[in-house]
Design a binder for this molecule. Structure first.
Ligand code: GAP
Length: 440
């Protein structure tokens, strides 16, 4: 973390409290006192998460003609992790305080003393952060494997399968979304770093010598994706790694960094992985993982550029970035200005009151909209409070059904950001909503 921002618009604690209150994120195993750094997504959180994944899939797979999707298993042969280098290299430096016995990641410490009590620290020792598990009923060394720490290897070991079944030509990509697990030494900052998380990764295979060009291309594409879905440009930047920071497989890496309340830190990594993974798997498996270049009539091992991001971390930045405290007519309003595509609820249907004539009319509008949009029907408390509640969860549009509706067959659309209201005949409602909900 560096350059802590002067005044974040929201702290992580405030955001976590909103997330709990409104059903985005709950602490895992909460009734038992919680379980360290694991989180559950509630009714609104799961919608936001699905929308973040859909936004990534749309831009990375659906809208392109050079990327194919895949979904591989979390449990894989231990040979995968031996060949990829994770069994030996996927470790962090662990140091322990000799007085208070708190443990830290060597990378996180700048001085030689314990940050908690000032005590002496032990020498750093390497700690493999993969979760070991046993496959089958016997807990013995022969049955050990690991929960995957990245989804990437599932794509490398399927390179040949995808190449032959989808008849791809270089350059092309394989994309996947799925859970990964790391026994992190230090976790925290809400859903920023956890031991179980979800990733969205893409391996872009290209001809050797063209990877620098694709590296530049994917850095711009990925930054553009965040802008497209509403992240404020001043809160996001690219940072190229110093060679001393590179992972064991990488010849160059750039982070997309975000300005979190605790300072600038990694959001996404874009790495040049060279031909490292395909070569290692070819050597270890004895299989040919090369590509036949029709033009030069040569077998080549493709180079790889990989954009990789965590879904949970993405959700965190979209929430942080959307958060605003505003003053409206002397009152505070908290609003999440989420891009409509990401918003968990697109349209809320609000009858002015629970009057017995209004309810059937409002239910009719609800029934009309529900198959087309993620909707919510809310009739509890005053209309003003309901608008505030929808603002706080980022609902872009509210549709209000009032007594005039019973005679004019029209409703009011209220916009989250401008708070403007427009009277629309129910016959034109669907069209009016579609206009205001681009890409949804
Ligand atoms: N295949 C490359 C790879 O996994 P990484 O930089 O270790 O690269 C990619 O991870 C992204 O996954 C990170 O930028 C971050 O968004 C997310 N990520 C990694 N570890 C995480 C953790 N413990 N908790 C939440 N997200 C994590």
């Amino acid at each position: 973390m560096s350059d802590a921002p002067s005044k974040p618009s929201v702290t992580l604690d405030e955001l976590a409290s909103l997330c709990k209150r409104r059903g985005f994120v709950f602490q895992s195993s909460e009734i038992y006192g919680g379980f360290e750094s694991t989180w559950d997504y509630g009714p609104l959180g799961v919608e936001l998460k699905r929308n973040v994944k859909a936004a990534w899939w749309k831009a990375t797979v659906q809208e392109r003609d050079d990327v194919a999707g895949i979904e591989t298993s979390i449990l894989m042969s231990p040979k995968v992790w031996q060949a990829s280098g994770h069994a030996t290299h996927f470790s962090d430096a662990l140091v322990e305080c000799k007085s208070c016995h708190h443990r830290f990641r060597g990378d996180d410490l700048s001085g030689g003393a314990c940050p908690d009590c000032g005590g002496d620290l032990t020498e750093a020792k390497q700690f493999n952060t993969m979760f070991k598990t046993f496959v089958g009923p016997v807990e013995e060394e022969a049955s050990v494997t690991w929960l995957r720490p990245e989804t990437a290897q599932g794509m490398f070991v399927n390179f040949e399968n995808v190449l032959t079944t989808s008849r791809r030509k270089l350059p092309f990509g394989i994309a996947q979304q799925g859970k990964s697990f790391r026994n992190e030494i230090t976790t925290g900052n809400f859903i920023f770093r956890t031991r179980e998380f979800e990733q969205m990764e893409m391996e872009y295979f290209c001809k050797p010598g063209t990877d620098d060009q694709w590296y530049d291309y994917w850095r711009e594409q990925r930054l553009g994706w965040y802008h497209r879905f509403g992240v404020r440009p001043e809160n996001i930047r690219l940072r190229e790694y110093d060679p001393s920071e590179l992972a064991h497989y990488s010849s160059g890496t750039t982070d997309v960094e975000y300005k979190y309340p605790m300072g600038w830190a990694e959001l996404e990594g874009i790495a040049k992985r060279t031909d490292y993974d395909l070569r290692k798997h070819a050597e270890a498996s004895g299989k040919n993982l090369s590509y036949f270049d029709e033009e030069t009539k040569e077998h080549i091992v493709p180079y790889v550029v990989e954009p990789a991001v965590g879904v949970d971390r993405c959700m965190l930045i979209y929430l942080l970035d959307a958060y605003r405290d505003e003053e409206v007519r002397g009152e505070k309003r908290t609003v999440l200005k989420l891009h409509p595509f990401l918003a968990p609820v697109k349209v809320a249907i609000l009858p002015l009151s629970r009057n017995e004539q209004l309810v059937p009319a409002a239910r009719k509008v609800y029934d009309l909209l529900r198959p087309q949009f993620a909707t919510q029907y809310d009739d509890a408390q005053s209309i003003g409070r309901r608008y505030r509640r929808q603002d706080e969860v980022g609902t872009p549009l509210c549709v209000t059904v009032d007594f005039d509706t019973l005679t004019d067959d029209a409703v009011t659309i209220r916009e989250r950001d401008s708070m403007e209201q427009h009277r629309i005949p129910i016959a034109n409602l669907m069209e009016a909503l579609r206009e205001r909900l681009p890409e949804c």
